[in-house]
Design a protein around this ligand. Structure first.
Ligand code: SAM
Length: 359
């Protein structure tokens, strides 16, 4: 590929037609000056399209019980080494109130796929949080019947996060002994149809398909026109069937993926996901400088954190919400960025027009 200029890269953000897999593969291989140009272009597009504010979304990991056994995941049901925990609804609600006290306009409630949390229990949690005052709520608790997503929306769920993990039907089948690509896709559609802002994404660097597969994942995330794109490095967990896998040799690929997602999805919210800190020093800071605009401080009480280790070397295991709140502010201000105000709803044009929101 000839030397890429920043303007050519930024033009990607304005293109109506998506690039081809081979174009994305070429971009994933840039080095040296071209790599610096890619990161700089992603940072400029981020600043221009979603601003300098970093949206804070406090995350509560409320249960590590999971009915599924995804081959990469530390809390898979077949991992007998995990000490399982489950928070009571009222404890989750109290933590959401704490999120407000920390100044987080959004609380993200995440768990394994735990059927103990019936639709009634989840709706109770949503309603109690909403009754206390303004707070945007993101749920991330897996695949449910379409009717449940509609009830979540009616009870106050603003956003839902569920990764498609890989855009390859074959790879999905290989890694998910008890799940199905079409079912996952159908859930994503049902979430959006319920009027919930949709977040999805994939694991960067799964050990199948190489750069072509990664390029296809980037293009799939783009084609879904997501309100939020959450992707992080796949980190092999020794207690899972993918223990044999390794991290990508070219570690820059993890950041290149985020930069390309920003160029192709200028208006999407893109979080600097926790897994970046597990393999890079200040990894999340680096992602914020390469296209990301969202940070998710952990508010899970310290006593539960060791139980929610999806991958090794997860950061902040020995800390609690207070420490993460302090650290987060230091990171954002240290980068010369500001903390965004407001709920941080979707910036997508279609969503804003439908909801009469300003950019
Ligand atoms: N149950 C919900 C779901 O599946 O959407 C949310 C919880 S699930 C544990 C959250 C995410 O953790 C998954 O979407 C997956 O991408 C990520 N994850 C699991 N194992 C991982 C690993 N070894 N490395 C990096 N991320 C991992």
């Amino acid at each position: 590929m000839s030397t890429l200029l920043g303007t050519e890269l930024e033009a990607l953000a304005a293109r109506d037609v998506a690039p081809s897999v081979s174009e994305v593969v070429a971009l994933l291989q840039v080095q040296g000056e071209e790599l610096a140009a890619l990161y700089a272009a992603a940072n400029r597009v981020r600043a221009r399209c979603v601003g300098d504010g970093v949206h804070l979304r406090g995350i509560v990991e409320f249960s590590n019980h999971c009915r599924l056994s995804c081959d990469y995941c530390g809390i898979r049901s077949r991992n007998r080494k995990v000490e399982r925990y489950r928070m009571e609804p009222d404890e989750i609600i109290e933590l959401a109130f704490k999120a407000r006290a920390y100044g987080y306009p959004t609380v993200v409630l995440q768990s394994g796929e735990d059927p103990w949390y019936t639709v009634e229990r989840i709706c109770y949690i949503l309603e109690q949080i909403k009754a206390d005052g303004p707070m945007a709520i993101t749920l991330s608790c897996g695949e449910r019947p379409a009717e449940e997503y509609r009830r979540f929306r009616a009870s106050g769920c603003d956003r839902y996060l569920m990764r498609f993990e890989t855009s390859s039907r074959e790879v999905f089948a290989k890694l998910h002994p008890d799940d199905d690509f079409d079912r996952r896709t159908e859930c994503l559609r049902a979430i959006r149809e319920a009027g919930i802002q949709l977040g999805s994404g994939f694991l960067i660097g799964l050990p199948f398909g190489g750069l072509e597969q990664l390029a296809a994942d980037i293009l799939h995330a783009t084609a879904l026109q997501l309100d939020m794109i959450g992707c992080g490095p796949f980190i092999p967990n020794p207690d899972t069937p993918l223990a044999w896998a390794s991290l990508l040799e070219d570690r820059e690929i993890y950041f290149k993926t985020i930069a390309l997602l920003r160029l192709l999805n200028p208006d999407a919210h893109i979080p600097a996901t926790t897994a970046f800190d597990a393999i890079f020093t200040d990894g999340r800071n680096q992602v914020l400088e390469r296209g990301a605009n969202v940070f998710m401080p952990n508010i899970t009480p310290q006593r539960y954190r060791a139980g929610y280790q999806l991958y090794p070397n997860k950061p902040c295991i020995d800390e609690d919400g207070d420490q993460c709140a302090l650290c987060t502010r230091g990171r954002v201000f240290g980068l010369g960025r500001e903390i965004a105000s407001g709920p941080g709803h979707s910036q997508r044009k279609a969503w804003r027009e439908a909801h009469h929101e300003q950019a």
